[in-house]
Design a protein around this ligand. Structure first.
Ligand SMILES: Nc1nc2c(ncn2[C@@H]2O[C@H](COP(=O)(O)OP(=O)(O)OP(=O)(O)O)[C@@H](O)[C@H]2O)c(=O)[nH]1
Ligand SMILES: [Mg+2]
Length: 317
């Protein structure tokens, strides 16, 4: 095994399979809008704006997209539907700006910590088990820390997943200080030379000051145990809660340095446009999307794959 885990082939079919399980209505709405295409005019631009807003792209980001699209149409003398779709895709790419998103890479032989945060029920624990399997399949050793000591049952839920996956889960007593459980976990997995530790945290929405203090403390203690920890702090956002979920998640974004987003429950929404809103409004990359309760319902996010599913139908409309 090399320094990095076996990088999953960025096989477009795998991505498309994942995305097609997310109920993509941005694609189908664009399809029906462009199906009746009769020239580029203000009406088309207005309808396009509505489609974007309905798909959860968010008002600010949608307006930005349409403004840039209009400029592009004028500058490039765009007249037909195909060119218009291409221009829309290129504007969406500009907005997401994937080139400046750092590549996600864990190193084999180093102990790295991922902290999972997010509001109640947004899919932290489920996503952790999916991620554990995902990285184990890539050749990494994985360990879990149940630092959600607040909710009865939270620890058990994670322990059960760990048992199923045949990996270790470090736990603390109910109502134990989450930071002390994190410290125990970091020590244990460092000693046991585990590559990736994923820590579950409590999702309760406290006031921002408490949340900030708790997250700050967690980051401080893990930084003392492992150099550079936490290496990633991922925020789960329930895509079915749309812009509302995004504003709740914003509390976490303000409280700590989030490095990426796991967009969950994409199978239950037709509003995948939230991807663009999150990146544009908070400059956070989407790292994974999840689309089901099954442990393998997770795909690394890949902008081209996402845009391809959005656009493919529309092009053939
Ligand atoms: N359909 C679907 N359901 C999901 C997905 N991810 C999580 N869920 C479900 O959403 C519910 C909440 O998921 P959890 O992983 O327990 O969420 P959590 O953030 O850990 O919640 P708390 O521990 O209460 O803060 C569970 O019933 C999961 O099965 C998904 O991608 N698709
Ligand atoms: Mg949980």
């Amino acid at each position: 095994m090399g320094l990095f885990g076996k990088k999953k082939e960025r096989d477009i079919d795998t991505y498309l399979e994942g995305y097609s399980k997310s109920n993509n209505s941005l694609g189908s709405k664009l399809t029906s809008l462009l199906g009746g295409f009769n020239g580029i005019n203000d009406e088309l631009m207005e309808n396009l704006l509505v489609v974007l807003i309905e798909a959860d792209v968010g008002v600010t980001t949608s307006e930005k997209i349409i403004d840039r699209l209009k400029d592009k149409i004028q500058a490039d003398f765009i007249k037909n539907k195909k060119e218009c779709i291409e221009a829309l895709v290129s504007v969406m790419k500009e907005i997401y700006d994937e080139e400046h998103v750092p590549e996600l890479e864990f190193i084999i032989g180093q102990t790295q910590l991922v902290m999972m945060v997010g509001v109640n029920g947004s899919g932290k624990t489920t996503s952790i088990s999916k991620l554990a399997k995902y990285y184990m399949d890539m050749g990494y050793s994985v360990g879990l820390i149940a630092a959600d000591t607040f909710r009865a049952g939270a620890v058990d839920q994670l322990v059960r997943w760990a048992e199923r996956l045949g990996i270790h889960c470090v736990t603390g007593k109910e109502n134990a200080d989450p930071s002390s459980v994190l410290v125990d976990g970091c020590r244990y997995f460092k000693e046991n030379k585990v590559d990736i530790i994923i820590a579950d945290t409590a999702g309760r929405l406290q006031n921002k000051r408490n949340l900030m203090n708790e997250l700050t403390k967690m980051k401080k203690v893990v930084g003392r145990e492992l150099p550079g920890a936490p290496h990633e702090v991922w925020l789960t956002i329930d895509s079915t809660t749309g812009q509302n979920g995004l504003s709740q998640a914003a509390q976490f974004i303000e409280a700590t340095d989030i490095t990426g987003v796991i967009l969950t429950k994409m199978d239950g929404t037709s509003k995948g446009g939230i991807v663009l809103a999150i990146k544009d409004q908070y400059n956070l990359p989407i790292r994974f999307i999840t689309y089901g309760e099954d442990i393998s319902s997770i795909t690394e996010f890949y902008l081209d794959g996402y845009l391809r599913t959005v656009i493919e139908e529309a092009e053939n409309a």
